[in-house]
Design a protein around this ligand. Structure first.
Ligand SMILES: Nc1ncnc2c1ncn2[C@@H]1O[C@H](COP(=O)(O)OP(=O)(O)OP(=O)(O)O)[C@@H](O)[C@H]1O
Ligand SMILES: [Mg+2]
Length: 223
C-alpha cells in the first residue's frame, strides 16, 4: 500500500531534514522504496542553472530511484526569507504541489514531505504550511528540537495539527543542543503531554550518520 508522511516541526531549523532523511534510510532498510519532497524552499543557490536547496538535494541523493530535482522541490526561491515574500513573482500553487506529490507517490512506496518552517509558516499570500499539509492529507509527524522552550513549542504544534483536522502519526525528538540540561526529563514531559507516540529520539551528532539515526526509530509505530 502506498504511504507517506508530512514532516513538520516546532520551528525552522529544528531537525526536520535530519529526521526526514533518517526516516528515508529507515524505510529503505525495511525494503521499501522511498522518495522525499521539499515542496517549498527559500535560500536556494544556483547550481547547474537551477535554484537548488540543500534539503531537497539530500532527498534527491537518498531516494530509492533517480528523481528530477524540480519534482522534489517545485518552488525554489533564492532569498532566505519566508516563501510568501520570496515567492511574490512565482507564488506557491497548492495544486501544483499536489500534482507533484501524486507523481512521486506513483514512483515510490513511501513519500516523505518536509514542510518549510513551522505549522503556520505562510507559503503564499493566502495559505500556509497547514493548508499545504491538508491538501496532501497525509498523517503528520512533528519534529521537536530538544532545547529550552521545547515543551511549550511541542504542545502548541501538536494542538495546531489536530486543529487542522489532520492525524498526528507521532513525534520525533531531535537532540540538537549538545549542552541541553535535563534532556531526558524534557523528552519524558513531552511524551506524557502529547497523545501521539514518540517515534524516536535522535541523539546529538556533530555530523549526521543517517544509517545510525535510522536505527533509533520505533518500528512498531511506523509502517
Ligand atoms: N541530531 C543532531 N545533532 C546535532 N545537530 C543536529 C542534529 N539534527 C540536526 N542538527 C543540526 O540542526 C540544524 C537544523 O537541522 P535541519 O536542517 O535538519 O533543520 P530543519 O528543521 O530541516 O531546518 P529548515 O527549517 O531550514 O528546513 C542543522 O545545523 C543540523 O546540522
Ligand atoms: Mg529542512
Amino acid at each position: 500500500m502506498k504511504k507517506g508522511y508530512f514532516i513538520t516541526g516546532t520551528d525552522t531549523n529544528v531537525g526536520k531534514t535530519t529526521a526526514t532523511v533518517a526516516l528515508m534510510h529507515y524505510f529503505k532498510q525495511q525494503g521499501k522504496t522511498v522518495a522525499g519532497m521539499k515542496p517549498v524552499a527559500s535560500g536556494c543557490v544556483m547550481q547547474q542553472g537551477q535554484l537548488k536547496n540543500d534539503d531537497a538535494l539530500l532527498m534527491q541523493r537518498y531516494a530509492s530511484l533517480p528523481i528530477d530535482y524540480a519534482l522534489i522541490n517545485p518552488y525554489a526561491y533564492a532569498p532566505a526569507v519566508s516563501p510568501h515574500i520570496a515567492g511574490q513573482h512565482n507564488p506557491v500553487d497548492l495544486n501544483t504541489v499536489l500534482a507533484g506529490f501524486n507523481r512521486l507517490q506513483a514512483l515510490a512506496d513511501i513519500v516523505l514531505v518536509e514542510g518549510a518552517g513551522g505549522w503556520y509558516a505562510p507559503v503564499n499570500q493566502a495559505e500556509d504550511i497547514s493548508d499545504l499539509a491538508k491538501m496532501l492529507a497525509l498523517p503528520v509527524i512533528i519534529v521537536v528540537a530538544i532545547r529550552l522552550g521545547c515543551i511549550n513549542h511541542a504542545k502548541l504544534t501538536y494542538q495546531a495539527v489536530l486543529h487542522s483536522g489532520l492525524c498526528c502519526a507521532g513525534w520525533i525528538a531531535v537532540c540538537i543542543d549538545a549542552n541541553m540540561l535535563n534532556r531526558e526529563e524534557n523528552i519524558l514531559t513531552i511524551k506524557a503531554m502529547l497523545d501521539a507516540p514518540l517515534l524516536g529520539v535522535l541523539p546529538y551528532q556533530e555530523r549526521a550518520d543517517f544509517n545510525f539515526l535510522a536505527e533509533k526509530f520505533d518500528g512498531a509505530m511506523l509502517c
